[in-house]
Design a protein around this ligand. Structure first.
Ligand code: GLN
Length: 540
């Protein structure tokens, strides 16, 4: 039977609960366990697909096409596992099921209530994930902060699970903030104490406290936290800001968290060491090379909106022994008549990010034109591919006014148009072309060379595609269609062979990159960026 670790957060939001859960997962994976991560989100949206990235950050897409919270991205990257739609549970999903069951008559005669109907639904979903993924251990993170009204049914459900399964099979980890105040940076434990009191009011006593702090916690402070919160001193884990998030599992391990969890769950490590992880962290911290890559997007003011792209670029630095510095560029800012070289002259490569709607697209097209003409390495992702095709159609094929049907009605040359299967779709939730699809790569292309295979699988999230009526025209003018769906209907990848590195994909490669398995498109881009930097400095 599976064991369950529940991760809650206290004091303030955004203290890295997701990274904590993911890091615990890494420690367990290294000890040979099959781990299934899960996020329980208290919002009423059924999934994150309809949320604005400005507010909520990136929408992460799983292999099976679920549009989820970005924390699932952290889980996949740290634990090197694939999540599924069952890995993400929202209040919206829970209530949809409970209400549908009530209408069907499943609860005939009963008054349907939060306890037990809603809490049972939550518990069943957690237990089903353990079964579906044949997990030894499920790590379930509860979104929000203890004390929020919305998260109460989730907290009640996990409280009941201790009674159902016993203390050897359940563990509560509470991630909390230990701030410093005043001119002498005095460490304050009171917010943590209050947060634990809040948790206890609900009936949960934490087993482990992960204390986010800027400073080393003196032993008397740890003792105080232990005493007031009823957690043994060895389970008060200091969690300082790390040079890279990938160092956090190493810090937890040194603090003894892995072994403590083993003891508490009455289980034993099966194998493994953190050696490989340690060495990638070492490269991340002390690389020998450096490059600067611009990412043009329309939500760059939210640091989380392109999380997976950011992490993929960082991962790609590892095999290249290179620190990748990212320069975020808001696409609108390229639209005010300032020439693109003002933004791009100091960068070694360009990524054009995914997106929806017309705002900022002309800026993206400007940036792509600059990269194409100047030989600047370029990777276009999803909307980035569509914009690269529009740029090529306009500026190389001479199709003046070429555009996407998403951006304007009846463009003179609709080089990007709606996927045929989308024509009758009315609802917005979970109706895009979503999740994993196969793609065949053409021999001898850059894509084929980078992936090292003819058949790839990537995750998708789009409604529009390259219009096949323009395939020939684009190819006649030198664009290579290097990846197509197995039925040849859909253009998946394009490139320009005369350019040092110009490639775009309709998919989202960023969702599959892991620090221990960086994605070939990003690795190739960073290698091209490093080359460009080296040749530029040789030319000086
Ligand atoms: N808006 C485009 C489409 O729906 C691109 C989507 C994306 O970049 N994820 O096809």
């Amino acid at each position: 039977m599976a064991k369950f670790i529940f991760v809650t957060g206290g004091v303030v939001s955004s203290i890295g609960k997701g990274i904590s859960a993911a890091s615990i997962g890494r420690l367990l994976r290294n000890r040979g366990f099959t781990v299934a991560p899960m996020k329980l989100d208290p919002y009423i949206n059924v999934d994150a697909g309809t949320m604005n990235p400005f507010q909520h950050g990136e929408v992460f897409v799983t292999e099976d096409g679920a549009e989820t919270d970005l924390d699932l991205g952290h889980y996949e990257r740290f634990m090197d596992v694939n999540c599924s739609s069952g890995s993400s549970l929202t209040t919206g999903k829970v209530y949809s099921s409970v209400i549908a069951a009530e209408r069907k008559g499943d609860y005939l005669g009963a008054t349907v209530q939060v306890i037990p109907h809603v809490t049972n639904e939550i518990k069943n979903r957690i237990l089903s994930l353990a079964k579906e993924q044949e997990a030894d251990i499920v790590i379930a993170e509860i979104g929000g902060t203890v004390g929020d009204i919305e998260s109460l049914p989730f907290l009640e459900a996990i409280r009941q699970m201790r009674t159902d399964l016993g203390p050897d099979n359940t563990l509560y980890v509470h991630v909390t903030l230990v701030p410093t105040v005043g001119p002498w940076s005095e460490v304050k434990t009171k917010p943590t104490q209050h947060s634990v009191i809040k948790l206890r009011e609900i009936g949960i006593s934490p087993d482990v406290l992960v204390c986010r702090t800027d400073v080393e916690l003196p032993s008397d402070v740890r003792g105080k936290i232990s005493l007031f919160c009823g957690v043994p001193p060895e389970a008060v884990i200091e969690s300082r800001n790390a040079a890279t998030i990938y160092e956090v599992p190493l810090m937890y391990d040194e603090a003894g968290l892995g072994e403590y969890i083993m003891g508490r769950l009455r289980t034993e490590s099966r194998q493994g060491s953190l050696g490989e992880w340690r060495s990638l962290v070492e490269t991340l911290k002390n690389p020998r090379k450096e490059c600067r890559i611009a990412v043009v997007g329309k939500y760059t003011s939210n640091g989380d909106a392109y999380k997976s792209i950011e992490e993929s670029l960082i991962h790609a630095g590892i095999p290249n022994d290179c620190r990748v510095q990212i320069q975020w560029i808001e696409s609108d800012s390229l639209e005010h008549g300032i020439p693109p070289e003002e933004f791009l002259k100091d960068v070694d490569a360009l990524v054009v990010a995914p997106g929806f709607g017309g705002r900022g697209i002309e800026g993206k097209i400007e940036a792509i034109a600059y990269a194409r003409e100047k030989g600047l390495p370029f990777l276009g992702i999803c909307l980035g591919l569509q914009m690269a095709v529009i740029e090529y159609a306009r500026n190389v094929c001479g199709l003046v006014g070429a555009n996407s049907e998403e951006m304007m009605e009846n463009p003179p040359y609709p080089v990007i148009h709606l996927l045929p299967e989308q024509k009758h779709v009315q609802e917005k939730g979970a109706t895009m072309r979503l999740g994993s699809y196969d793609c065949n790569l053409v021999n001898g292309t850059l894509a084929h060379n980078l992936y090292g295979t003819n058949r790839i699988t990537e995750r998708h999230r789009h409604r529009y595609e390259v219009n096949n009526d323009f395939r020939e025209k684009l190819q006649e003018h030198g664009m290579t269609i290097s990846g197509v769906s197995p039925d040849y209907r859909l253009v998946e990848m394009i490139e320009v062979a005369t350019h040092p590195f110009f490639i775009a994909t309709q998919a989202h490669p960023e969702f599959k990159s892991r620090p221990n398995r960086p994605h070939p498109l990003f690795t190739g881009l960073v290698a091209a960026a490093v080359n460009r930097r080296v040749s530029a400095s040789a030319a000086v």
